[in-house]
Design a protein around this ligand. Structure first.
Ligand SMILES: NC(=O)c1ccc[n+]([C@@H]2O[C@H](COP(=O)([O-])OP(=O)(O)OC[C@H]3O[C@@H](n4cnc5c(N)ncnc54)[C@H](O)[C@@H]3O)[C@@H](O)[C@H]2O)c1
Length: 327
């Protein structure tokens, strides 16, 4: 049986990725320290290792399992926390990643690493979107600096040591299991607020543009990047792929589509613009389409409906539990 090790498999994207590999008949191992992940997200048939990616035991696990693929999603992914605590961010996102990459080089050189980077943040503000993979990179946060650093390490390990890797630069991923109480993930936050009957918060004019991609489409390209041929290893961008829709979507449009799919009148509260917030970011996804024959299948309307339905079911189940607890 082929084996995949999914770091961050108790989190939002990782839990969906783990399910896909299980459905394809692979043995799935998950490494997660549950800092933001949730035990309830862990697929039943997966083997769970409660470990930190910085721990020597995580490296030892790579050496022991020698997985065919290492899908590396575990990360400190709060951009504001990375600004407040850049050392902590680098310890997790750079040193933790290196711990795993070195284990591959030393003990499991046939393992392919599929790394989750950020198309929303590595290009920075200096380019004119849609950003293609080869565009200049000017990361504007320690989080994005760390992701780009790991991309550079992987390019180096590919050139010098022959380590196989693909880099997926995600746009703004959304869908079931995203944390509605986190700092990121505006769609999850809006769904949670709509269901609680609370207003949606708009910063500035609500015209900030992002590339929102449904988690099912992200899982599909992760599967293809794990199992299909890759371009030859060369420079930084050779094996990097943008993962988005290529469509610019602003927050005002999210509000109106969510109001339509939820059937509720969304009340909105306005706050002043957040200093330093990127205005416009969306991705050129032609390379992913050409190389992996991959296209995002889920439209914004479908994706928001699927997400809202999932959050509504969770909300109803929690309400039931609370009412039963009060009896
Ligand atoms: N969600 C997005 O829009 C988005 C966009 C770009 C990139 N990404 C990247 O995708 C990956 C997954 O993101 P997500 O949205 O599923 O986030 P998430 O927080 O749901 O998942 C991250 C998982 O990593 C685990 N983790 C964190 N630090 C760890 C450590 N030191 N050791 C072991 N486990 C650790 C957490 O417990 C969590 O389960 C991250 O690398 C993130 O940077 C996400």
């Amino acid at each position: 049986m082929t084996t995949v090790l999914v770091t961050g498999g108790a989190g939002f994207i990782g839990s969906h990725v783990a399910e896909r590999f299980l459905a394809e008949g692979w043995a799935v191992h998950i490494v997660d320290n549950l800092v933001t992940g949730n035990r309830a997200n862990i697929a039943e048939r997966a083997t769970f290792h409660e470990l930190d990616i910085r721990d020597a035991r995580a490296a030892a696990l790579v050496a022991e399992l020698k997985p065919t693929v290492l899908v590396h999603l575990a990360a400190q992914m709060d951009v504001r926390k990375s600004v407040a605590e850049p050392v902590f961010d680098a310890e997790t996102n750079i040193v933790g990643s290196l711990n795993l990459i070195e284990a591959v080089r030393l003990h499991s050189p046939a393992t392919r690493i599929v790394f989750s980077s950020t198309g929303g943040a590595v290009y920075g503000d200096q380019t004119t979107p849609p950003n293609a993979e080869t565009f200049e990179k000017n990361p504007e946060s320690p989080y994005a600096v760390a992701k780009l650093a790991v991309e550079n390490y992987l390019a180096y390990y590919g050139r010098v040591h022959g380590v196989q890797s693909a880099v997926l630069r995600y746009g703004n991923v959304y869908g079931p299991r995203q944390d509605p109480h986190g700092e990121a993930g505006v769609i999850a936050i809006f769904c949670g607020r709509l269901l609680d009957g609370r207003p949606l918060t708009l910063f500035g004019d609500g015209r900030q543009v992002r590339d929102y991609v449904y988690v099912g489409d992200v899982v599909e390209i992760t599967w293809r990047a794990s199992t299909r041929d890759l371009p030859p290893a060369a420079l930084l961008d050779a094996r990097a792929f943008n993962v988005g829709t290529g469509q610019p979507t602003d927050v005002l449009r999210l509000v109106s589509v969510l109001a339509a799919v939820s059937g509720s009148v969304a009340s909105v509260e306005h706050r002043s613009e957040r200093p330093g917030e990127q205005r416009t970011s969306f991705l050129d996804v032609r390379k992913s389409a050409e190389h992996f024959d991959w296209r995002p299948r889920v439209s914004l309307e479908q994706g928001l409906a699927l997400s809202y339905e999932w959050f509504a079911a969770l909300h109803a189940a929690r309400g039931l539990t609370q009412r039963e607890g009060a009896r």
